[in-house]
Design a protein around this ligand. Sequence first.
Ligand code: GRG
Length: 315
Amino acid sequence: MMSPPKGSTATVRQSPEHQSVSFDLKQYLSQKQAEVEAALDRSLPLAEPKTIYESMRYSLLAGGKRLRPILCLATCELLGGTPEMAIPTACALEMVHTMSLIHDDLPAMDNDDFRRGKPTNHKVYGDDIAILAGDGLLAYAFEYIVENTQNVAPQHLLKVIAQLGRAVGAEGLVGGQVVDLESEGKSDVSIETLNFIHTHKTSALLEVSVVSGAILAGADAAVQASLLRYAQNIGLAFQIIDDILDITATSEELGKSAGKDLTAQKATYPSIWGLEESRRQAQVLVENAKAEVASFGDRAIPLMAIADFITARSY
Ligand code: GRG
């Protein structure tokens, strides 16, 4: 479970009238995480064949920050939507994220033994079942949205499904992962290539997490575009901090092997910019993200606080 950043109970001053509005990020995140955990548990009951359901549940319920579902719920609520409208998509986003972690950890990809503080899926169930657990979660994510979403117009649901499909495919996570694999061990990876990798591999899913919340709530194109820009900024900031933490945090803090980027000779933001400039760039992106949602006033406080959490986090 995520322990929110220090200072997360601080008063956030965001009202257009410059009144101070108290917002407890720690409490907000704990409550949303609890809602997401319960919904994920309900979403995937054990069934036959038991091995595959156990393997899917093992990774889906292994904890993690639950950032993608929380972004979807927070955005939908910001625009007046209800949790019922967004919770199936929120669960589906975590299913897709979890499947990408399972596949990413395989020996054929990043070859990791630990994830979310536990042995990786293939270490417990074997490569064959881990591949299938990822496939199962990916397919189920789409089914789950369609079968469980309530009070959302079908054309909005179709848009969510199309955008999620695009975010995970060759135009998104898959494309980013391919360029990442091809870049491994190269000493001349440019900042453009690094940005391509991470806008696809990391940011695409964070973007659709925010935009799907907006679509479900019935947002118009201009509002969707502004929220997309918020998400693009936090998406890249998230990856810069991820790269920094790989160097500065311990394996215990991260729940996965620290220092992997150096060992695998991966180009990272700190390897190109250095640590200090990387932190500065992440902070600029977070400020840009917050500026995108400032016009929503106090209702945007959760999204603003989540943006701050991206740079303040220690895991
Ligand atoms: C999506 C079809 C399909 C295949 C997968 C393996 C792969 C293709 C893509 C790799 C995607 C990947 C693992 C990107 C890294 C994203 C990232 C920074 C993950 C860490 O996210 P956190 O910190 O993790 O939110 P927790 O555990 O908190 O959920």
